[in-house]
Design a protein around this ligand. Structure first.
Ligand code: GRF
Length: 202
């Protein structure tokens, strides 16, 4: 399977995906990494792995639609079977999302439907939540609202700070995201009638 990954930042999730493709535990190949930030460390990770790393500057485009249209054109040159959002911090236009319906995944650092959007770790701590976590879901036009495929939970301790909590969540992300990607690459996972279906079951 040809996998295209979108990042905006550090790319630690990207790294686990690159590593597992290399090791063969994901039956696919990352064919390109795109970023909307030229400084994203994820681009360097891609280069180090010998993968095409492309950055597009928002300032070069009139609006979101124009940016996304160019992104789509460039992505499609890699004939992707799967688009993986891995810390891609830019809202995608409906057109873009629909173009990749059923073949675009995101990982979000909360137990969705709790805390869509930003600052999820802070919000979980502020609310005194006892547990927090991460969710892998199919991307649909509504932000962070697509059908959830897999979640991982972590405890929240009263003495946690944001770094501790977010690193605990990241560790889980690095387990569940490659797993779901492998399910998809193995043909076990689909989005059917707006629901996530694994091995024929919702
Ligand atoms: C992760 O917490 C992910 O859930 C969120 O963005 C972060 C990306 O981290 N969407 P990294 O760039 O993979 O290290």
């Amino acid at each position: 399977a040809s996998i295209v990954v979108l990042v905006s930042g550090n790319g630690s999730n990207l790294q686990t995906i690159l590593d597992q493709c290399e090791q063969g535990s994901i039956n696919g190949k990352v064919t390109a990494v795109f970023s909307n930030k030229s400084t994203a460390y994820g681009l360097e990770r891609a280069q180090q792995a010998g993968v095409d790393a492309i950055s597009l500057a928002q300032g070069d485009f009139a609006d979101r639609a124009a940016f996304d249209a160019e992104l789509m054109t460039q992505i499609d040159q890699y004939q992707p079977d799967l688009i993986v959002l891995a810390g891609y911090m830019r809202i995608l236009s409906d057109n873009f999302v629909q173009h990749y319906a059923g073949k675009m995944l995101n990982i979000h650092p909360s137990l969705l439907p709790k805390y869509p959007g930003l600052d999820t770790h802070q919000r979980a701590m502020d609310n005194g939540d006892k547990e927090h976590g991460a969710s892998v879901h199919f991307v649909t036009p509504e932000l962070d609202a697509g059908p959830v495929i897999l979640q991982a939970k972590v405890p929240v301790f009263t003495e946690d700070d944001i770094e501790e909590l977010s690193s605990r969540v990241h560790t889980q992300e690095h387990m569940i995201y490659p797993m779901v990607i492998q399910w998809f690459c193995a043909g076990r996972l689909a989005m059917t009638n707006g629901k996530a279906v694994l091995d024929g079951e919702e």
